[in-house]
Write a protein that binds this ligand. Sequence first.
Ligand code: ZN
Length: 385
Amino acid sequence: MSSLAFESTVGSDGVVSQDAIYYESDGNVILRAENTLFKVHKSRLTKMSTVFQDLLALPQGDRPGEGGSDENPVKLAHDTAEQVRSLLWALYARPDEIAEYIADNNVDDERWLRLLHVVRLAHKYDCLGLARWALDAVAQHCRTPESVGTTAIVTAIIQLYPLREQLPGLDDWAGAFIQRSWVRLELDDLALLRAAAVAHWFSLERNIYCGLVRKTASHWSKLALVPQEQARLLAGYHNLNEVLMKLPSLTFDIEHPSCSTDREAGSCEANWKLIWHECCFRANRPFLEVLPRLQVIEMALDSVGDGKEPVSRLVWSPRGVYTTSPLDPVVQQVPLPRCWKEYRRATKKLFEQVDTIIQTCFDESTGLIDTTSPALEALWLPTRA
Ligand SMILES: [Zn+2]
């Protein structure tokens, strides 16, 4: 750990005060994080962490008496008071108190945030065992299907992303937990977006941009996006539209197990093309995100395939609503079951590309996608190219 991290960058604004809990009368070293002073036992810190060993063993001649008084504390730059309080809690609390606190539903969000602070600082101060213990406790909670977290909790998890090599397991649950929280709660989009950028969690950053597109322009305009962020959002929006525009004209090569002649196969293919086109058209709504759009297409295909809905053409009426009218009499047959099954298998494979599509559309290096570009079809079907 570089000593640079401990240079005095703590602001001098505001009133400095002693922590209500961790300012022990018989402590022998004083730490300062933000504007809070902590008085604790040096031996506790040095036993926990070699980083503290080095930090507190600095030659006294260099900065005489550092840590010896409120006026001259050891300054923990970059750590918040709450993070340090959490670390000291893990250091000073008894195992039964810790267990009781973790099990206490009255401190719901606070406890996970506290444990996340412990993970962060225990990692920073080179106490990996403690970091992993705290992360395991958080993971147990976050793996439950109903769990969601506030902006502060989700941000704290995102900040751990760069440490995932040393904190294995994070990858298994963090993404799903964040996604679930994002969908169910009103989180601070901008805070998460920027945390993801700082943590270099690029796939998450792209997914957040994609989520913003779904929330529509009236939502974006309320966010204080900087010009660079606006440009990425709009480029991604454009790209997503271009890629989705390509959907109806995509072709599917199948074996035609139900068709015995080329002529039958040709007619089967023509029927499919029209059905596919019409079902895509049905999902063609502004701001409908890629995943819901594909779900609409799937539902329409199922409905036609099950014979619940006649093969029909959607027409945009002057009143602004879609109505259906029969297709040309030549084309009104759903492909025979085994061919239909093959087509559906192909569409499912296509829909599996959604994540790749989103990542590509919102990738900074993609630039603007041109809907006439021959590369576009390959993007939908990378395994077929
Ligand atoms: Zn066929």
